[in-house]
Design a protein around this ligand. Structure first.
Ligand SMILES: Cc1cc2nc3c(=O)[nH]c(=O)nc-3n(C[C@H](O)[C@H](O)[C@H](O)COP(=O)(O)OP(=O)(O)OC[C@H]3O[C@@H](n4cnc5c(N)ncnc54)[C@H](O)[C@@H]3O)c2cc1C
Length: 440
């Protein structure tokens, strides 16, 4: 019996992958919510009116899994893991029961941290889970002002989506670091995003220290080192943290609450830990970092499933590839950046400029492109781009360059197609930036 705790991206992917290789193995998923795999970004997609209901952001349905003979128990919580006798405590319909496992997969993901301001407060909202997003959207119907706690990708993307939803909404983003998007992108990208936020009159403050929040009948007052802010609602958008609360006695945890695991994500012979419960190696700098991404979650599941079902030792290293949208801007990024120098064995060079890319619809648009390179080997270890167009396709290309450890000399002459009938330049923007870097 393979028991999977958590029915989101990592848990479901692991179940499906094991099923492909083990048609007769008993597989059961226990998920504490009443659905599987809600996309936490769903609120943004909803606010931008790309879906009609938040529920449309649910990615998996129970039936698809049951059709694959995967047993799914919703509204069912795992409350304890007893690794010594290979059992878990499961709470279902108000009853506790003991379930035995041969292999246990812990895919319980991440949460938005409760510290500083508890979710239970009347005017404090968050968005990762469907119920939280529903509550947030309901309040937005009559809100005139919103403060967002956290100026990383989650907070800034939310601010931009809120502006699309209601351009009259007064929005302020409060960030503890000195820069917005400090961990996510290079300053040159952030500057362009700030320009856009200013155009849209989305306000932000950095280097914020919270002191406390006070609620009245109507409003919430946020008291900080930079003054007091009164708004209709405060939406928490901090970085996620692993959901480690009940695990400490059953597996070894790192200081940040992530599982300590083997390259195949084994915490012990029979227990695997996946997804947002892990710190993963960022490929180019070979440093293990906490990078909560769906892409990482599903790939950790493939590795574990191959190990469990086929004894194959696949190795996953993340390139931290992602795309996000701020109003009309799209950012695509992959790999390391200069800020990662503190984790890197070598210094990191940066080279940037305006280049052009063709889009599917034949438009040729300017893109601000940044390339990060190890100067001693000229290996391209990261790429970032921002444009007033959908350049999301670049992210996967960037990821392949980083994964392939291409050197600038190789990238400058790398073979990309040209055909007059299709959107293409004779020289690709990646050829151009690498060639310019070499001739600088
Ligand atoms: C606002 C927001 C936007 C995001 N946007 C993106 C994006 O655009 N792209 C991207 O790649 N990533 C994005 N992420 C990150 C992404 O959502 C996570 O990396 C991903 O959800 C991790 O998947 P997971 O399966 O590891 O864990 P989770 O999705 O966190 O799922 C864990 C599951 O385990 C269940 N569970 C927890 N404890 C128990 C228990 N004791 N018993 C039973 N079940 C339990 C939970 O209910 C949950 O369903 C975003 C995150 C947020 C908050």
């Amino acid at each position: 019996m393979i028991v999977i705790i958590g029915g989101s991206f990592a848990g479901v992917q692991a179940a499906l992958e094991i099923r492909k290789r083990k048609p007769y193995k008993d597989i059961v998923i226990y998920e504490k919510k009443d659905h599987l795999g809600y996309v936490p970004n769903g609120i943004n997609v909803f606010l931008k009116r790309q879906i009609d209901r938040l529920e449309d952001a649910i990615r998996f349905n129970e039936k698809d899994l049951k059709d694959n003979y995967i047993d799914v128990h919703l509204n069912t919580e795992c409350t304890a893991i007893n690794s010594w006798d290979k059992t878990v405590m499961i709470k279902e319909d108000g009853q506790e029961k003991i379930v035995s496992y041969d292999k246990l997969i812990i895919a319980i993901g991440s949460t938005q941290p409760q510290y500083l301001i508890e979710k239970e407060k009347k005017f404090v909202y968050q968005t990762k889970e469907l119920n939280d997003a529903r509550r947030t959207v309901e309040k937005l119907q009559d809100a005139e002002s919103v403060a967002i706690l956290g100026g990383g990708i989650i907070g800034i993307e939310l601010a931009a989506s809120l502006h699309v939803y209601n351009p009259k909404l007064k929005i302020i983003v409060l960030e503890k670091f000195d820069n917005l998007l400090e961990m996510a992108v290079d300053n040159e990208i952030t500057e362009r995003i700030i320009e856009k936020l200013n155009q849209k009159e989305i306000k932000f403050l950095t280097a914020i220290d919270f002191e406390r929040v006070e609620e009245t009948e109507e409003k919430i007052k946020i008291v900080t080192n930079q003054g007091e802010f009164e708004t209709d609602m405060l939406i928490k958008a901090p970085n996620l943290e692993p959901n480690h609360q009940f695990l400490a006695q059953s597996i070894d945890l790192d200081i940040d609450g992530t599982g300590i695991v083997s390259p195949q994500f084994q915490a012990s012979e029979d227990i695997y830990v996946l997804g947002d419960m892990l710190r993963l190696e960022l490929l180019p700098i070979e440093e293990r970092l906490y990078m909560s991404l769906v892409n990482n979650a599903v790939r950790s599941a493939i590795v574990a499933a191959n190990h469990i079902a086929a004894k194959k030792e696949l190795v996953f290293q993340s390139t931290k590839t992602n795309v996000f949208t701020i109003c009309e801007l799209t950012v695509a990024r992959s790999g390391a950046q200069q800020r990662d120098e503190r984790f890197s064995r070598y210094p990191i060079d940066k080279f940037s400029g305006v280049y052009h890319v063709y889009l599917e619809d034949n438009r040729r648009v300017p893109v601000y492109l940044i390339m990060f390179v190890y100067p001693h080997s000229k290996e391209v270890i990261g790429l970032q781009a921002i444009a007033e167009a959908n350049i999301s396709h670049l992210a996967n290309l960037f990821s392949l360059v980083v994964r392939g450890k291409l050197r600038a000399e190789e990238l400058a002459v790398h073979d990309f197609f040209f055909h007059a009938d299709y959107p293409s330049d004779v020289m690709h923007c990646l050829n151009n930036i690498a060639a310019d870097y070499l001739s600088k």
